[in-house]
Design a binder for this molecule. Structure first.
Ligand SMILES: C[S@@+](CC[C@H](N)C(=O)[O-])C[C@H]1O[C@@H](n2cnc3c(N)ncnc32)[C@H](O)[C@@H]1O
Length: 343
């Protein structure tokens, strides 16, 4: 039997990943306590200062700091603690794009579900949804029963959107668009960024009523809200582009095709469809963000969907009738933009 080499990089990765759940929680705890924010203000603070600030018992703080230092996110020099450059940029602030919100969302919504993974994948459905009140088939609908968790969830999603939206906003295609229908536009953060960048652009955010309520906080000029169900309610008319940002990956091929056909019907000739989100590689071997997302959808959210490879989206656009189909890949966080034009 062939033996692996001790310097095999897969071995290093294996060692990291088997400890990762504990380290993920340590980093999240440090972020929630405000350790990265504190060290941003007081770089080089020693354990005593961190203890006074955090109110953690000395021994437990020692354990936590060692764990976070082992990830490289905190550094210890001459007894004092410092944020690494990555921690300073991603975790120190409490702004709407802070990774702090993403970590809390993943801790409270995503990762508790993954203990149900074997059963859910065997059952072929999202059995982890049983842990959320209600009887609706998707997490999005059930979160409406738990406004506090829904807010945690949307704060995390908004933070991630803000982290990944620049690559979308930078796409030259928007310069030629007058009015975009942002289907499943969540709390409107993407639309707000788009209209801020393109002064001639108007957007309509179409999402469920409970989410539209959250969108009222993000109000921006030239962004209006349409509350409804994207499957059962008709798409409005009057726009020249339809955007699906982080939406189609939730569904299976049949429902994706239904939505793309609705988009096609609602557009004038020359209108564009824009699909933005995670893509795993075409051979389906690469993509760790995509992997996490696909598992989360299948175990918890909807029991289907994945971060489909771009070629799947291109095929569905063709089936829905769109032409000039193509993808700009390799965007940040494994994102791609697949577009098509209605002939
Ligand atoms: C992953 S979020 C994406 C939000 C936003 N577009 C972004 O990029 O951050 C998916 C959105 O689809 C919405 N959604 C899912 N199913 C829906 C339905 N049947 N009707 C209306 N909205 C739906 C959810 O409420 C959620 O806001």
């Amino acid at each position: 039997m062939q033996k692996f080499e001790q310097d095999d990089p897969v071995l290093d990765r294996f060692h990291f990943l088997v400890n990762a759940p504990a380290l993920f929680n340590a980093v999240t705890t440090a972020a929630e306590i405000g350790i990265f924010a504190f060290l941003s203000e007081k770089p080089g603070a020693e354990a005593d200062e961190l203890r006074a600030f955090s109110d953690l018992p000395a021994h437990q703080l020692r354990v936590l700091l060692q764990a976070v230092c082992s990830t490289g996110l905190l550094e210890r020099r001459d007894g004092g603690y410092h944020n690494s450059t990555v921690a300073e940029e991603l975790l120190a602030s409490d702004g709407p794009d802070s990774w702090r919100h993403i970590l809390t969302g993943w801790k409270e919504v995503y990762y508790p579900a993954f203990v149900h993974m074997t059963g859910a994948l065997r059952a072929g459905t999202n059995t982890a949804l049983d842990t959320h009140p209600g009887d609706e088939p998707t997490l999005y609908q059930r979160l409406a029963h738990d406004p506090q968790l829904e807010e945690v969830f949307h704060r995390a999603m908004t933070a991630f959107t803000l982290r990944s939206v620049d690559a979308l906003v930078d796409q030259p295609v928007f310069a030629g668009i007058r009015h975009v229908l942002d289907v499943g536009g969540g709390d409107g953060s993407t639309s707000a960024r788009l209209v801020a960048r393109y002064p001639g652009l108007q957007s309509t955010v179409f999402d469920m009523p409970s989410v539209s309520r959250l969108a009222e906080d993000v109000q921006a000029d030239r962004v209006d809200l349409l509350a409804g169900d994207i499957f059962t309610d008709p798409f409005p008319e009057g726009h020249d582009a339809v955007l699906f940002s982080h939406v189609l990956e939730i569904f299976d091929g049949d429902d994706i095709l239904r939505l793309l056909r609705k988009a096609y019907e609602s557009l004038p000739s020359g209108g564009k469809v824009l699909l933005y989100g995670y893509n795993v590689s075409d051979d389906e071997t690469d993509g760790i963000f995509g992997a996490r997302l696909g598992l989360y959808f299948n175990v918890l959210v909807s029991g289907r969907g994945m971060a489909y490879p771009a070629r799947d989206y291109e095929r569905w656009l063709g089936l829905a009738g769109f032409e000039q189909v193509g993808t700009t890949g390799g965007l940040s966080y494994e994102h791609g933009l697949t577009t098509g034009v209605k002939p």
